[in-house]
Design a protein around this ligand. Structure first.
Ligand SMILES: Cc1cc2nc3c(=O)[nH]c(=O)nc-3n(C[C@H](O)[C@H](O)[C@H](O)COP(=O)(O)OP(=O)(O)OC[C@H]3O[C@@H](n4cnc5c(N)ncnc54)[C@H](O)[C@@H]3O)c2cc1C
Length: 610
C-alpha cells in the first residue's frame, strides 16, 4: 500500500527508527500507519523514507472518479513488469503499485471490504498463533477505521452495514458514495436470483454474499482517503515524525560488531537525486515497501546477485501470489454509465464541474457492488469432485514445484494448499470476486471497441494456488526486480477463472439485469466452450494488483521470512509491515487488511514484543 518509511533519529528515550516502505491500490498503508501510531508517543521518533512524492493535492488522487487517470498510472506507479508468463501465452503483464507517500492507497480503486473469517483463521493456524485469527484481528481492523454511517439515501440505494464490525474512532475515513449507477442494484438482484445471499456487511467476515462495498472515502466531502490522508496529513506537524520523500532505500546497514547472535541493523541507506544518504538507527527498521519493494530491499543486503550476503534467508521473494483479473461485458441499453464520460466530453466536463461545485455526480465516488463466489457457485458437484481429487493427488508435486527447490517452503505451500482444499471441500473457500462495473472494463482500448454503453462483470481469481517469486536481477538498487506471479500455474486456478466467466455470463442475463442487456461483447459468441474461454483468457487475463506473500509470516520450518511479531528471522531489529507478510492470497481487496497489519505492528512494537 504505501511507501517506505525509514525510521531514524536517535538520541531520545525510545527512538524507533525504521524504514517503512509502502504502496496501495493504495503512501504505503502500513508504513504510515505504524509511523503515525508510534509517534503518538512524543518520546518516539520515526523517519519515513518514501521513493515517491506527496501527491495528496492532485485531483487524480483526491477526486474518486478520476482514479486511474492523469499521472496516477505513470509517475505515481512503479508499473512492475512481470517476466513472460508461461501459462498466459508468454505475455509480460504489469503489476501496478503506487509510488507516492501513501503507496498504492493513492492510486487504488478505494474498495474497502474484508476477506473471510476462515481465511484469517487459516493464517493463525499456519502460524500456530491464535492472535492472527479473525477474532483477534477484528479489533485492529476496527482501530484503523473512522467510519461514516450510511445516510437514508444510501440505505435506500442498498447499502447495508453492521455497526459492530466497524470502528468509529480510527484514522482511515471509510464510507459510502453519494452517487450510484443503476447497474449496481440490477446486478445485486441478478446475483440474488442466482442464489447469492444479501450481505448485512461486506466487512463482517462472511463475504460470500452480495452488497455495496464500503470505500476508503471521506464521506463528508466525497474525497479519497489514502494512507497519507489518514495517517500523515493530520500529524504532519509532529516534530517526531520525519518524512523524507524522493528517497529510494538502497540497503539496510548492519552493525557487524554487535555481540548478538542475531543481525542488528544500524542504519538505512537511501538515494535522492543520485546522492546517497544514511539514516542512523537507535531502535529498529520497519520495512513497508510492498510485496515487490520489500523483498528487493532485503535481497539487496541478504543474498543479492553480486552482493555479499550477510545472512541466508533463501525464501525471501518466494511464495509470491497475485489475484488475476478477467471480465465478461455486454452492450447495455441505458446511457448513464461510466462510458458516457468517455463518449461525450461535454458531459464529462459538466460532471467534473458538478463534483467541484457540489461534490456529487459521476465523479463523486468509485461505488462497487460486489460479492464473493463459493465453489458451489462456480462448479457443478461433479466438476468440483474431479478437480479436488486431482489437486489432492498432485498436492506434493505442485508444492515442490512452486517452492523453487526449498524443502521448508515446499512444506509451507503444501500446508497452505491442504487448508485451501479443505475449505474448497466445505464450500468455504472463496475462489472468485464477482463485481459489477457500470461501464466498459476489459482488454480492448477505447478506440478499438464499439462506441457504446456497457455493463461489465469483473471476475477476479481470489484464492489462487499458484505461487511464484520476485527477485532482484542486479545489485543496482534502482533496477526493477524480476517479478513472476506464475499466473495459472495450477489447474484449479485455470478452472476457477474459466468458471468465473461462465458465472459472469449467467449474471449478465439474469433478471432483472437482463432488462438492460443488449448482447455480449466479450468474450463473445465465438468463445462458447470451456476450452475456447480458456484460450481467450490466456490472451487477456491481467493482474488485479493484489500481490502478497513474498516475505511470508510462517514458521521457518515452513519457509517463512517473518515471525508473528513481524521480525525477520535472524535479525534483532528488522520488521516488515506490509502486504508481503500475508502468507497466502486472501479473498479481498487488500488495503483494509494492510491497515490492520500496520495497526497490529504498532501495537507489537509499543509492547516491545520480539
Ligand atoms: C491500481 C490498484 C488498484 C487497487 N485497488 C484496490 C482497492 O480498490 N481496494 C483495496 O483494498 N486495495 C486495492 N489495491 C491494493 C492495495 O492498495 C495494496 O494491496 C496495498 O496498498 C498494499 O500496501 P503495502 O503497504 O503492502 O504496499 P504499497 O501500498 O505498495 O506501499 C509501498 C510503498 O513503498 C514505497 N517504496 C517501494 N520501494 C521503495 C524503496 N526502495 N524506497 C523507498 N520507498 C519505496 C512505494 O513507493 C510505496 O509508497 C489496489 C492496488 C493498485 C495498484
Amino acid at each position: 500500500m504505501k511507501a517506505a518509511i525509514l525510521g531514524l533519529v536517535g538520541g531520545r528515550r525510545k527512538a524507533a527508527l525504521f524504514t517503512a516502505i509502502s504502496a496501495a491500490d493504495h503512501p504505503s498503508g502500513s508504513g504510515l500507519t505504524v509511523a503515525s501510531r508510534l509517534t503518538d508517543d512524543p518520546q518516539v521518533t520515526v523517519a519515513v523514507l518514501e521513493a515517491g512524492f506527496n501527491a495528496e493535492d492532485l485531483p487524480e488522487v483526491f477526486v474518486p472518479g478520476l482514479a486511474g487517470t492523469g499521472i496516477s498510472f505513470t509517475t505515481l506507479n512503479w508499473r512492475y513488469a512481470t517476466v513472460p508468463q508461461t501459462n498466459l501465452n508468454g505475455r509480460t503483464l504489469t503489476v501496478n503499485a503506487g509510488k507516492a507517500l501513501g503507496g498504492s492507497t493513492i492510486i487504488n480503486s478505494m474498495i474497502f471490504p474484508r476477506a473471510g473469517k476462515a481465511q484469517y483463521d487459516a493464517w493463525g493456524q499456519l502460524n500456530n498463533d491464535s492472535t492472527w485469527t479473525w477474532d483477534s484481528l477484528l479489533p485492529f481492523f476496527k482501530r484503523s477505521e473512522l467510519f461514516t454511517q450510511p445516510t437514508a439515501f444510501q440505505t435506500a440505494q442498498g447499502v447495508r452495514f453492521l455497526p459492530s464490525v466497524h470502528g468509529f474512532a480510527g484514522r482511515v475515513k471509510v464510507g459510502f458514495p453519494n452517487f450510484f449507477f443503476a447497474q449496481s442494484a440490477l446486478w445485486r438482484k441478478a446475483a440474488e436470483s442466482l442464489g447469492f445471499p444479501v450481505s448485512p456487511d461486506l466487512a463482517d467476515g462472511d463475504p460470500h454474499a452480495v452488497g455495496v462495498a464500503p470505500n476508503s472515502l471521506d464521506a463528508t466531502n466525497n474525497t479519497r482517503c489514502s494512507a497519507a490522508c489518514a495517517y500523515y496529513t493530520p500529524f504532519a506537524g509532529r516534530p517526531n515524525l520525519v518524512v523524507i520523500t524522493n528517497a529510494t532505500v538502497s540497503r539496510i546497514l548492519w552493525d557487524m560488531s554487535a555481540a548478538n547472535a542475531k543481525l542488528t541493523a544500524s542504519g538505512v541507506e537511501y538515494i535522492t537525486n543520485d546522492q546517497t544518504f544514511t539514516v542512523n538507527l537507535s531502535k529498529e527498521v520497519i520495512l513497508s515497501a510492498g510485496t515487490v519493494g520489500s523483498p528487493k530491499v532485503l535481497e539487496l543486503i541478504l543474498q543479492a546477485a553480486g552482493v555479499t550476503p550477510v545472512m541466508s534467508l533463501p525464501t525471501v521473494g518466494e511464495n509470491f501470489a497475485d489475484h488475476a483479473h478477467s471480465w465478461a461485458n455486454a452492450f447495455t441499453n441505458i446511457t448513464l454509465t461510466k462510458d458516457a464520460l468517455l463518449l461525450n466530453s461535454a458531459f464529462a466536463a459538466e460532471q467534473q464541474a458538478l463534483w467541484f461545485q457540489n461534490r456529487t455526480g459521476l465523479y463523486s465516488a468509485n461505488p462497487r457492488s460486489l460479492g464473493i463466489a463459493a465453489p458451489s457457485d462456480v462448479f457443478t458437484p461433479t466438476e468440483l469432485k474431479t478437480l479436488l481429487e486431482q489437486a489432492q493427488v498432485n498436492l506434493t508435486r505442485f508444492a515442490e514445484e512452486f517452492s523453487n527447490g526449498n524443502p521448508a517452503l515446499a512444506k509451507g505451500i503444501a500446508a497452505q494448499h491442504k487448508i485451501a482444499l479443505e475449505l474448497y471441500q466445505q464450500d468455504k473457500e472463496l475462489p472468485l470476486e464477482m463485481n459489477v462495473e457500470p461501464g466498459y472494463s476489459g482488454p480492448t482500448p477505447f478506440n478499438a471497441r464499439p462506441a457504446r454503453n456497457y455493463t461489465t462483470i469483473n471476475s477476479v481469481l481470489y484464492a489462487p494456488l499458484a505461487r511464484g517469486r520476485t527477485h532482484i536481477v542486479s545489485a543496482d538498487p534502482l533496477e526493477p526486480p524480476a517479478v513472476d506471479p506464475a499466473y495459472w500455474a495450477h489447474p484449479l486456478d485455470v478452472a476457477a477463472q474459466v468458471g468465473g466467466i461462465k458465472l459472469a455470463r449467467r449474471m449478465l442475463v439474469a433478471p432483472p439485469l437482463d432488462s438492460i442487456y443488449a448482447g455480449e461483447f466479450e468474450p463473445g459468441a465465438d468463445k462458447a466452450s470451456d476450452s475456447q474461454i480458456e484460450e481467450w483468457l490466456r490472451g487477456v487475463v491481467a493482474s488485479d494488483n493484489h500481490e502478497v506473500g513474498s516475505l511470508a509470516m510462517l514458521p521457518q520450518s515452513l519457509g517463512g521470512v517473518v515471525d508473528t511479531a513481524l521480525m525477520v528471522y535472524g535479525t534483532a531489529n528488522v520488521r516488515v509491515a506490509d502486504a508481503s507478510i500475508i502468507p497466502f492470497p486472501v479473498s479481498a481487496h487488500l488495503s483494509s487488511t494492510v491497515y490492520m497489519i500496520g495497526e497490529r505492528a504498532a501495537d507489537i512494537i509499543r509492547r516491545g514484543d520480539t
